[in-house]
Ligand binder design. Structure first.
Ligand code: ATP
Ligand code: MG
Length: 461
């Protein structure tokens, strides 16, 4: 999951939770407020009637109260006698309802004070407020005033409240969504750029420029990475020039050692001296190759080995390279198979450099394949790219070593390979040459079964 997606997800989840909590609290607070308002209003009405009746307990007062309540269509108003028989009412009320009202008052009447409460009426699914007030004359309860008030108006307000909360929550979510996407992009886009930069540094390009206007943690990180890249570049340059100088300076003494040991080993005389001179000559030769390879690799890495590219037909070129290792394949009795694409594939290449790269791959295959084995060379056109395939059925390379074989001086089995004379510079040189040609090189290997190298180059039409 991408960092921006994670951030957006968590912030949106938190916002949704906050909106839900706030929306629900707002709904319940408002609902309770409206309910108590309504309840208070009904109670006040009843108490006003009670006060009027208690101060003037005449027939006219009862009629006046009934008249007032009749104007209110959303309620039923009843005056009960002290024995719960109906004295007056605002409209026709069924016997069944009357019984329910009577028993509710009787249950609540234990105190001499009135009461009120919300009652869910099953038929309408709208809560009603029921309230009653006893009329006390000379310390005796003489009647009960009762109201069954429909909360219809309140219900409409409640619906609007819910709608309002839903609309506000949706708007808040959309707004916070837009803000989250904007800000997460603002935060993560320099991170993505930074990742690109560090990738470039890792691939050896230390000349990276990346700055940030804002002064925050990210800009400090960018500064640190830039200064790290500078230090790495300095370190690489010093290492390159050291290796390049040393390999250059070693060449002259090596030429002398080789020349004098060759002279000594050919000279008639002491056989022991001849033998030892032969060893010095062989080792000097090996060292000379190593120095040459190192020098070549340094020049390739510094970009000081310009290519002289020419349009080349791959199959005749490859056949010529193979002819240069024929003596080695014959020596080991290897079967060489050439399997080229039926049509000519042309690529732009520096024949001298590419030959070095291919010779190293072929020599490796020959070196690591037992007597009687096979060496296969082929070409193919894959998605407009020329592919050169060089494979053997030799000892193979263990999986864990496959990534390291491109490092300079790396050899899978050091003891085994020094016997065979490798110095571990062939593959890094090959990779650099292919890279300079704008191509890529890959390897696949099966220990005990063999190894295949694939070179991909841009094919010309
Ligand atoms: N075809 C192959 N089969 C098995 N192992 C291989 C093969 N090609 C390369 N390797 C392994 O990869 C290592 C590195 O190869 P590389 O060509 O860089 O060095 P080298 O052949 O040992 O020495 P150099 O090429 O400098 O003479 C080799 O030492 C060998 O262990
Ligand atoms: Mg090699």
């Amino acid at each position: 999951m991408k960092l921006s997606s994670k951030l957006s997800f968590f912030i949106l989840a938190a916002t949704t939770a906050v909106i839900l909590v706030m929306g629900t609290s707002y709904y319940f607070i408002s609902k309770n407020f409206y309910q108590s308002q309504l309840e208070g209003e009904v109670k006040d009405r009843l108490q006003a009637h009670r006060d009027a009746i208690e101060s003037e307990p005449a027939e006219a007062t009862f009629e006046h109260v009934i008249l007032m309540e009749r104007r209110n269509i959303e309620n039923s108003f009843i005056i009960f006698n002290e024995d719960f028989t109906v004295q007056a009412e605002t409209g026709a009320i069924s016997e069944e309802d009357l019984e329910v009202y009577q028993s509710w008052i009787a249950a609540a009447e234990s105190s001499r004070h009135g009461g009120a409460g919300f009652v869910e009426t099953v038929e309408q699914h709208i809560p009603h407020i029921w309230a009653f007030e006893p009329i006390v004359v000379d310390g005796e309860i003489t009647a009960f005033l009762f109201i069954d008030q429909d909360t219809g108006e309140f219900e409409t307000i409640k619906q609007s409240l819910i709608m309002l909360i839903v609309i506000m929550s949706a708007a808040a979510l959309v707004f916070s969504g837009i803000m989250v996407i904007y800000y997460t992009n603002k935060i993560t886009s320099p991170l993505v750029k930074l990742r690109q930069t560090t990738k470039e540094i890792a691939s050896g390009n230390f000349n990276v420029e990346f700055s940030r206007r804002e002064r925050d943690e990210l800009s400090f990180l960018i500064e640190d990475i830039s200064s790290m890249a500078k230090q790495l570049k300095e370190y690489r340059d010093t290492k390159q020039s050291f290796l390049s100088n040393i390999s250059h300076d070693l060449r002259t003494p090596l030429t002398y050692i080789k020349a004098y040991s060759a002279f000594l080993k050919e000279r008639d005389g002491d056989q022991e001296v001849q033998e030892q001179s032969g060893i010095i000559y062989k080792e000097a030769e090996r060292m000379e190759k190593l120095v040459q390879d190192l020098f070549h690799l340094m020049k390739l890495e510094e970009g000081n080995e310009p290519l002289m590219c020419q349009r080349t037909d791959l199959s005749p070129f490859l056949s010529e390279v193979i002819s240069k290792v024929r003596f080695l394949t014959k020596e080991k009795n290897l079967t060489v198979t050439e399997n080229y694409h039926q049509e000519s594939i042309h690529v732009e290449l520096d024949a001298f450099q590419m030959e070095r790269a291919l010779l190293n791959l072929m020599e490796n295959c020959i070196r690591h394949t037992p007597e009687g084995g096979s060496l296969k060379i082929g070409t193919a056109l894959i998605n407009g790219q020329a592919m050169i395939e060089i494979s053997d059925n030799g000892e193979g390379i263990p999986q864990e070593a496959l990534l390291n074989i491109w490092d300079r001086f790396y050899r899978v089995d050091k003891a085994r390979n020094s016997e065979k004379g490798g110095s571990g510079l062939g593959l890094p040189i090959t990779k650099q040459i292919v890279k300079q040609h704008g191509g890529t090189i890959q390897v696949s290997s099966n220990p005990g079964k063999g190894t295949t190298f694939y070179i991909y180059l841009n094919a010309e039409s």
